[in-house]
Design a protein around this ligand. Sequence first.
Ligand code: KG4
Ligand code: ZN
Length: 338
Amino acid sequence: MIVLGIETSCDECSFALVRDGREIISHVVVSQVDFHKPYDGVVPEIASRKHIELITPVFKRCMEQASLHDVSIADIGGIGVTTHPGLAGSLIVGLNYAKALAFALDVPLVGVNHIFAHLYAPQLEREIEYPYMGLLVSGGHTMITKVNDYNDIEVLGASIDDACGEAFDKVAKHYGMGYPGGKVIDDLAANGNPHAYNFPFSNLYKSAEKYDISYSGLKNAAINQTDKFWDGSSQRSIENLCASFQRVAIDSLLKKLEAAAEDCGIRRIVAGGGVAANSYLRRRLASRPEYRVYFPSMELCTDNGAMIAGIAHRHIENREIDDLNLSVSSRVRGFRRI
Ligand code: KG4
Ligand code: ZN
């Protein structure tokens, strides 16, 4: 079966056709980043208006790519669309498009949890046995999870304040480095000393919060208290600041992830979300021979329609299908919190 995946939860407008939950036939991702850059962050009203402009051209381009593989609109056997979490106005654009197509083509429709889809993404490239630890790090969410199946995820820990990517974006915004900040900091950090600033690690010790993480202290230190944490021996530079911030942001996260993996007795780790593109995170995890670590390719790390089509296929084959009354939610839901 060929499933169409539609993703419009934030500032990417994306469509993909995926055969049997794995083989990507066509995939188009259009980023709106240039429209949000002047504001150093995503402006929800601009995002939803741009999705309205982009959605038909992006769908058409996806079908043009598919025609090169002799696949046409008549071959679509089901539709998956992100319904939560995300920006409500942007989600509505994708959902209404999906409903119209599902009605016109008379095919099943599935509302997809965006976070479940991120943690499913590497399955499009190779089969990974369940359960695995799922690290979801994006601009909106930071979660340490146990993924029991494509539709069964337990949240073990999460950020109690800023999301990891959000902390990168806010530090970059403060120093006028550009948007999105994660990639800029990653690039600048390559030439910096990661120990020039001894920024504070996230300290949440209480047992109920064992795997939770906080980024506001680190963010505040990197923005307002650099003197206090500067080692004094190296030359001050923005590269040193980026490298030091990145080291602590990622190492705090990995400390929690490794503790959770140890306690669950699970050695497989899947990382997803925009921050999973971070080169330091990839290097650090790759250097741990005791874990089998799976990163999606860069294309499948950030928001994309292929991961939506892939997981929607699993839902459809298990008859987990929605009706045309389906609605969106900006909230995270559908998880078991333990
Ligand atoms: O998953 P995503 O594309 O969108 C959502 O937030 O859902 O993630 C975007 C986030 C932004 O905060 C961006 O700064 C961050 O991912 N990011 C990175 C890198 N590339 C993107 N953070 C750290 N290092 C990177 N190389
Ligand atoms: Zn995302």
